[in-house]
Design a protein around this ligand. Structure first.
Ligand SMILES: NC(=O)c1ccc[n+]([C@@H]2O[C@H](COP(=O)([O-])OP(=O)(O)OC[C@H]3O[C@@H](n4cnc5c(N)ncnc54)[C@H](OP(=O)(O)O)[C@@H]3O)[C@@H](O)[C@H]2O)c1
Length: 308
């Protein structure tokens, strides 16, 4: 009888509403929080910006291309987030300092830094122009370490925060034709695992992200010396990767290795490297990388002349 009275129905509705909104709030990890993202103008960084925007986060967007960042900023606003656009080249120390100054303006706290900007030119080491080798290391390794340095400086002062660094599956395994990229990403894996010692006592979490192939502009010919768009129909989407990063936020997860198959490959690399090498030599040997010819950019080099 009581169950049919209006006060009971109203109370029941209010209780259900409260529980539902509580669950929603708990799930909205980035509500009223700030996340700084490098490489936010496309791919995984953009996807992460949009995921954070859905929680109403303040999203600091960094990459070199200002107009692309403005487009992402509009998408962030449309989803309920607050964008802050800071055009940044991670190979320039002044740009990185400026990024962190703008991000922390007015005493703003940094809850998450997604240190993600990167690129990869593919080719045998003797084929790659020296400038491309330098660029890979400058962006993927030096740039990422410098961004981590400033993130760590802010977060150790806050005694709080989560630093997520995009390495790659290539930061756990070796690959033919990717040696320089692999070197740049192994460096990040080792660096992140080491700063975890330093930052953990300061209350700061460190996680590395190790995706296999993700369908993004990363594989555009001008960026990678090859068009890999047709290579892997099972490539992850940037949204899938962003969701995995989101789920790991504010947890003590050390590494995000996706898709699941990648964990088996990383296991083989660690414990049965010869078997892994033979599997990869066979399978990758058949891959048509559809490469451009980067060696055309290289000036002719005469060993005899140099020795003289
Ligand atoms: N796609 C994959 O299969 C894959 C797999 C494993 C790991 N990853 C890693 O995931 C990260 C994101 O790559 P993605 O796949 O999302 O590729 P993407 O769509 O090409 O995005 C790369 C981002 O990095 C930015 N960037 C490049 N150089 C920069 C610089 N000097 N300073 C600042 N920003 C710079 C680019 O913006 P601007 O050009 O505007 O600067 C862009 O926003 C990279 O670290 C990559 O190594 C990718």
């Amino acid at each position: 009888m009581l169950r049919k009275t209006p006060p009971y129905i109203v109370l029941k509705y209010l209780f259900a509403h409260k529980v539902l909104s509580l669950c929603y709030t708990i799930h909205m990890k980035l509500q009223n929080k700030t996340i700084l993202i490098t490489g936010a103008s496309s791919g995984i960084g953009r996807a992460m910006a949009l995921r954070a925007a859905k929680d109403g986060a303040t999203v600091v967007l960094a990459a070199r291309t200002a107009d692309k960042l403005e487009t992402v900023a509009q998408e962030v606003t449309a989803l309920g987030g607050t964008p802050i656009v800071v055009p940044t080249d991670v190979t320039k120390i002044e740009d990185i300092r400026n990024l962190f100054l703008k991000a922390t303006e007015g005493g703003r706290k940094l809850d998450v830094v997604f240190n993600n900007a990167g690129l990869g030119f593919i080719g045998k080491v003797w084929e790659l122009p020296a400038e491309q080798i330098q660029t890979i290391i400058n962006v993927n390794t030096t740039g990422m370490i410098l961004v981590a340095k400033y993130a760590a400086e802010v977060m150790q002062r806050q005694k709080y925060g989560h630093l997520v660094m995009t390495s790659s599956l290539a930061g756990l395994i070796t690959l033919p034709e990717w040696s320089v990229y692999v070197a740049s990403k192994w460096a990040i894996t080792g660096f992140a695992d080491s700063i975890r010692y330093e930052l953990s006592p300061e209350g700061v979490l460190v996680t590395t992200l190790h995706p296999g192939m993700v369908s993004t502009d990363f594989f555009a010919k001008e960026k990678a010396n090859q068009d890999m768009s047709k290579l892997d129909p099972n490539a992850l989407t940037a949204d899938q990767v962003a969701e995995e990063v989101y789920n790991a936020l504010f947890t003590k997860q050390r590494k995000i290795i996706i898709p699941a198959m990648s964990k088996n490959i990383a296991f083989l690399q660690k414990y049965l490297p010869s078997l892994k090498d033979s599997l990869f030599t066979t399978s990758l040997g058949k891959v048509d990388y559809n490469k451009t010819t980067p060696q055309e950019d290289e000036p002719a080099f005469s060993y005899v002349e140099e020795v003289k």
